[in-house]
Design a binder for this molecule. Sequence first.
Ligand SMILES: [Fe+2]
Ligand SMILES: [Fe+2]
Length: 282
Amino acid sequence: MRRAFALGSEARERRHVSRVSTVTEAAQAPRPGAEGTNAPDERKKVHRAETKTKTPLEAKRQGPTLEDVRTDERVRTYIRAANQQTGAIGYTEHGERHATTSADGARFILRSLGHEARRCELAAISAYLHDIGNAITRDRHGQTGALLVKGILEDLGFTTAELATIMGAIANHEEAEGGLPVSAVSAAVIIADKSDVHRSRVRNPKTTTFDIHDRVNYAATSAEIKVSRKEKLITLDLTIDTEVAPLMEYFEIFLTRMMLSRRAAEFLRCRFALVINNTRLL
Ligand SMILES: [Fe+2]
Ligand SMILES: [Fe+2]
């Protein structure tokens, strides 16, 4: 069986997206379970952009959860502001949809690789919060976001070690800001974030005025993360409408993101593959 996480094609009609996404790092290194465990080697799961990410009971018992974070009024306000402000400067959707999609993806990656529930929860929380710094400024939003959430997460009862993990993951998610995978949680956040290329993120209603980012995102009708625990392989499987954007445009703006995703997969002791329109390109 194979594990996969996908943005559904059902979102393709939504061109306007008003709302629509502990320890030391060495100790957090990926620990894929032993072969022959009950967990399947590979998984396939279809995820829709609007799906709510779920909180395992085990993670709930271990501390505050994503649900506690996402329902915090301060978090809601900052994510709304981040989305509004990135929109004001011409970026694609960076709000609840992207936060939730990234959270689901990060949790899915670590869970598929057999990581413990609390770490999966921290990955979901970090991914949910990763772009919140856009509420302050686009430039260095990873670092500002990490500091922005610190007090909130302290109030919610996260331990200092968990805070360090979450803040490190948020601050290291952006390739343009020198971000690098620094933990298993951070690696999962990077892959989940970079995989969220989809037409539902495009806010510009006029196709005639699309820039390259709008075109490439609009051209992506399906984005699916597949994890093969047995093969130690993480695959981003995209469907791109090449009549909307040629593949060269995808690589023009996404190559550095794919390189960082590959590095993140390697941190998780996996290889990274990019498949576009059924052809493996990386
Ligand atoms: Fe970002
Ligand atoms: Fe992001």
